[in-house]
Write a protein that binds this ligand. Sequence first.
Ligand SMILES: [Zn+2]
Length: 338
Amino acid sequence: MQNIREKLDIHGPLLIEKIGSIVNPLLLSFKNETNRLLVFYFHGLFESQKQRGLNHVDPQNNMLVSQFSEFIDYFLNNKYKFIVPEDLDKNLQNDIPYAMISFDDGYFNNMLAIEVLNKYSIPAVFFITTLNVMENKSFWWDIIYKYRAKQGINIEAIRSEQRSLKSFKHPIIEDYIVQNFGIEAFKPWSEIDRPFNERELGVISKNPYVSIGNHTHNHSILTNYNREEIKDELSESNNILLNLTGRLPISTAYPNGNFNSLVLEVTEEVGFRYAFTTERRQNRLPFESRNLLCLNRYMTKTNNIRKFGSYCRLGYEPDLLYEDIKEKIMSHIKRKTY
Ligand SMILES: [Zn+2]
């Protein structure tokens, strides 16, 4: 039984993808995409496969710069207009679809993205974790990945070690890194895994295609913290960003996408106008005011941006749709059994 379930979990989403590749182009030719905002989030970019192969960062959420260009081409060809949070304050036209590019964490390798943005003259928002910038510290999930990969540990074990730390506050995670890898582990290995430095952040913030957003001070998963701590994490990061860029961010992205009613309350108190989750759904325009602090975003970790883009434009992704179908079938079976 276990075996059948595992097989279904692998082949289910693949089957949905296969059907999608036939049906999606047809559906998209009839689809009215106005009054939609699709927000996508990226992490790092690699110049080449060779750079990716060095294992200096966790490659899971990272793409090649050529794939990033393909992504932009795809949405421009489909008449999407790229915007940033600042544009949401203005009146958006209701006869075109919108897309937003966001980069999380503040990797120096995002410079590669900025070159592409300049070339296409389109904007993106960069959500920055300020402590890593101030102290030139490698991100903890990358440390686990690069040290364990070097030790030859398999990827499932690495993922499970990373996951196991997500329910803790940052001092515990830091202790764990020091205990397991030594204090030196925080030192970046190269230009690939290091964060922006203060000066670079000041420079990029002057670029007309760059919007700077908040991503907390310690990359804190805010649902693990109390009211005061949440406020400190958001405000401290804001003060530093104001200092480095001359502007107070109007948006934040919750680390790991986690939020609850307390996080929403404090985010509003601190003064953010827009906040982004990692709920993989479209946003409908015009926004309802209660949604402004929990906007949906899609994670782009795919090699096939055409296929991925077509699913997002239809409002779903194969693995999520599979999970939905599975859940519905399971609850139907349960109802029948009782
Ligand atoms: Zn992050």
